[in-house]
Design a protein around this ligand. Structure first.
Ligand code: HEC
Ligand code: HEC
Length: 259
């Protein structure tokens, strides 16, 4: 009962998205989606109508591609994936990278979006994040992971001295990413996505988008408020940590989200 109440409250907080009770029916701890996985798999691998196969940009296993700037979408939580697809379909989130995701989402029916999100959420790719050494070799600026880890776990206290100077921000510091996104960024469904083991390039780009206000689909402006406080260095550092962050605590080879 307590669980159900928390679930309903969290869903109610994700404003603006018309979730149908059947699509998000709570099954245990959190919704894994009740869409048609076979249809979702077909769309993922073969596309539908004018919508190309998701694999062409997100990879055969859905773990994304740094050179293309695409995110890992396999193994992400259903509620988050579905929300993003609804947000693209209604232009609440604009894909400023290649402008493709808005067309892709609109080219699918609502039921298709539920189906493909259900399928993606059910995948468990073996993926350890971006290869930072390879990215460095190809000239990509890579941050310092241990500094990013400190920010993710503890945040940064008072920044009323005006740091980061390049932003001239005032007021309280950066909250720990962990306070919303959970241990090692492994996520806290239904609202908070997994950001650990996400693509480096994608993490950097999204943090910059929240910061400059070109992505605005975060409930209650939560991510914009956080990102405003981040310097360029903070962004590179936290992304360098998160992309390779293990969701497991020492000596415990299960996360709360393992079946
Ligand atoms: C032509 C390339 C391309 C294709 C094809 C494509 N995507 Fe994407 N996708 C992207 C890019 C680029 C982004 C990041 C856009 C942005 O910054 O908003 C993205 C973002 C997403 C996101 C947001 C993920 C997150 O963590 O917020 C989801 C979900 C997604 N795509 C699902 C799909 C699905 C499902 C399909 C197949 C129906 C698909 N994509 C096909 C390029 C593509
Ligand atoms: C107050 C809660 C909160 C805190 C603290 C927070 N986030 Fe978030 N974050 C969110 C929410 C909510 C979303 C999902 C927004 C949406 O629905 O599109 C999000 C989304 C994101 C995304 C986009 C994920 C994707 O796949 O598109 C990234 C990247 C991210 N957060 C990084 C961070 C980092 C790094 C920190 C710490 C510096 C942080 N967040 C701290 C609430 C928070």
């Amino acid at each position: 009962m307590q669980q159900t109440k928390r679930f309903v409250l969290a869903i109610a907080m994700i404003g603006g998205v018309a979730f149908s009770a059947s699509a998000i029916a709570a099954e245990g701890m959190y919704s894994k989606g009740t869409g048609n996985k076979a249809n979702g798999e077909n769309i993922f691998k073969n596309g539908k109508g004018n919508v190309p196969a998701c694999t062409t940009c997100h990879g055969e296993d859905g773990t994304g591609n740094d050179a293309m700037g695409t995110p890992r979408i396999s193994g992400q939580f259903f509620t988050f994936l579905f929300k993003q697809l609804e947000d693209y379909a209604s232009d609440k989130r604009i894909d400023t990278t290649m402008g493709v995701m808005n067309d892709n989402a609109k080219g699918l029916t609502r039921q298709d979006r539920i189906d493909v999100a259900t399928y993606l959420a059910s995948l468990k790719p073996s993926f350890n994040g971006s290869d930072l050494e390879e990215l460095k070799k190809s000239g990509v600026q890579v941050g310092v992971a241990y500094k990013g880890r400190a920010l993710a776990e503890y945040g940064s206290p008072d920044r009323s001295d005006g740091y980061p100077k390049d932003l001239g921000s005032k007021g309280p510091g950066v909250p720990a990413c962990k306070s919303c996104h959970g241990y090692a960024g492994r996520g806290a469904p239904p609202m908070y996505p997994m950001i650990g083991l996400q693509r480096y390039t994608y993490l950097v780009e999204q943090l910059k988008k929240w910061r400059d206000g070109s992505r605005t689909n975060d409930p209650m402006g939560q991510m914009r408020a956080v990102a405003k406080k981040l310097s360029d260095e903070d962004i590179l550092n936290v992304a360098a940590y998160l992309t390779n962050a293990s969701p497991y605590t020492l000596g415990n080879f299960r996360s709360p989200y393992d079946d």
